[in-house]
Design a protein around this ligand. Structure first.
Ligand SMILES: *Cc1c(COP(=O)(O)O)cnc(C)c1O
Length: 383
């Protein structure tokens, strides 16, 4: 079945006998046992719930995986995943990582005895050089947040197989519509479903998706034991969001490229980071492993005053955290997503006071460009 059709008719089961076209919200904490030692397949909603199961089966199919687990947020998914490791285990992670993942690793996972190396994973040798006997996994984000570095997933997967390492890929930015890491050799794919999968800036969600049965069993045990599961209503919102994923992403990507090209021509813009621009260092790798470049971009203004002015003067584009929704959002990584990363480390990675990140939504390209244009000039004088 085509991906677009799967988004709408993902799971075969609807758990319903009324003929409802929309999957019902099974707002029940618990389920009656039909007899002693018997189960309908549903006992308690932390372990499983029909609405959530429908969503999980859909997401598993979209990623080409065997099993998917739906969590209450992306961070809940990553926190649970970290429980498969033991004190002493070493993980190599992308340096330009989502700020929340970095905070989890540095402040909680480290306390639990895990050790980390953060490297630019877009260069495979950086990973190879850090492998030690205790290394258990490689954690990749591609493209990265906010610098849009691209890592060659098949190449890293080969390296991981050779050293018996688990390859974990945060696929939030491209979604399975554009990139399917499991099919490129990854062991675990994770998502902040809050972003493109939900797509409407209205709910939090997270996913872990795997292809291996034993790994699925281990994670399912942790999932029901730690308990950060997605509620039936939020599961329904995700089911609804996913139906329009391909059409949203096609349009958002098209607009993102238009905006990236327009930004390149502006005097006050010094650099534009978007993998869909042919001179971006990750352009060729993106073309090889993904069917699209996504709708996230970042850009550098000429000075911090300009960056501040843009943040304060945009009117259609909203200055708010998060990404991937129908509303365009602009963020200041230095003060928001990456505030917990030490200044020196942050600056070394290019996340300074001139860098802005834009999540391109579904508004018209012309309106978004006009908004950025007036903001760069210093605010709308006609307003
Ligand atoms: C937002 C985000 C997360 C965390 O997800 P939440 O749903 O906010 O908990 C993880 N990774 C990436 C790439 C993200 O953008």
């Amino acid at each position: 079945m085509d991906f677009t059709t799967l988004c709408i008719h993902g799971s075969d089961k609807k758990y319903d006998t009324t003929g409802a076209v929309s999957v019902p919200i099974f707002q029940s904490a618990t389920f009656v046992h039909p007899g002693v030692g018997l189960s309908t397949g549903f006992d308690y909603s932390r372990s499983q719930n029909p609405t959530r199961e429908y969503l999980e089966q859909t997401v598993a199919k979209l990623e080409g995986g065997l099993d998917a687990m739906a969590f209450s947020s992306g961070m809940a998914a990553i926190t649970t995943l970290m429980e498969i490791f033991s004190p002493g285990d070493h993980i190599i992670a992308t340096d330009d990582l989502y700020g929340g993942s970095h905070r989890l690793f540095q402040h909680i996972s480290v306390k639990n005895g895990l050790t980390f190396d953060f490297v630019d994973t877009s260069r495979i040798n950086n990973i190879r050089e850090r492998i030690q006997p205790k290394t258990k996994a490689v954690f990749i984000e591609t493209p990265t947040n906010p610098m849009m570095h691209v890592t060659d997933l098949a190449e890293v997967a080969r390296l991981c197989k050779a050293h018996d390492l688990l390859l974990i890929v945060d696929n939030t930015f491209l979604t399975p519509y554009f990139q399917k890491p499991l099919l490129l050799g990854a062991d675990v794919v994770l998502h902040s479903g809050t972003k493109y999968l939900g797509g409407h800036n209205d709910t939090l969600a997270g996913f872990l998706i795997v292809s291996d049965e034993a790994l699925s069993e281990r994670l399912r045990f942790l999932f029901k034991t730690t308990g950060a599961c997605l509620s039936p209503f939020d599961s329904w919102l995700l089911i609804r969001g996913i139906k329009t994923l391909p059409v949203r992403l096609d349009r958002q990507q098209k607009t993102a490229l238009q905006i990236a090209k327009w930004l390149l021509e502006q005097d006050r813009i010094k650099a534009v980071h978007y993998p869909g621009l042919p001179n971006h260092p990750g352009y060729e790798t993106s073309k090889k492993q993904a069917s699209g470049f996504g709708a996230m971009l970042s850009f550098e203004t000429d000075c911090s005053e300009t960056a501040h002015r843009v943040l304060e003067s945009v009117s259609l584009i909203q200055y708010a955290e998060s990404l991937g929704g129908v509303e365009s959002l602009i963020t200041y990584p230095m003060l928001q997503t990456h505030a917990d990363i030490p200044a020196e480390e942050r600056e070394a990675r290019g996340i300074g006071d001139c860098l802005l990140r834009l999540s391109v939504g579904l508004e018209s390209a012309e309106d978004l460009i006009n908004d950025l244009g007036q903001a760069l000039k210093g605010g709308n004088t006609n307003a």
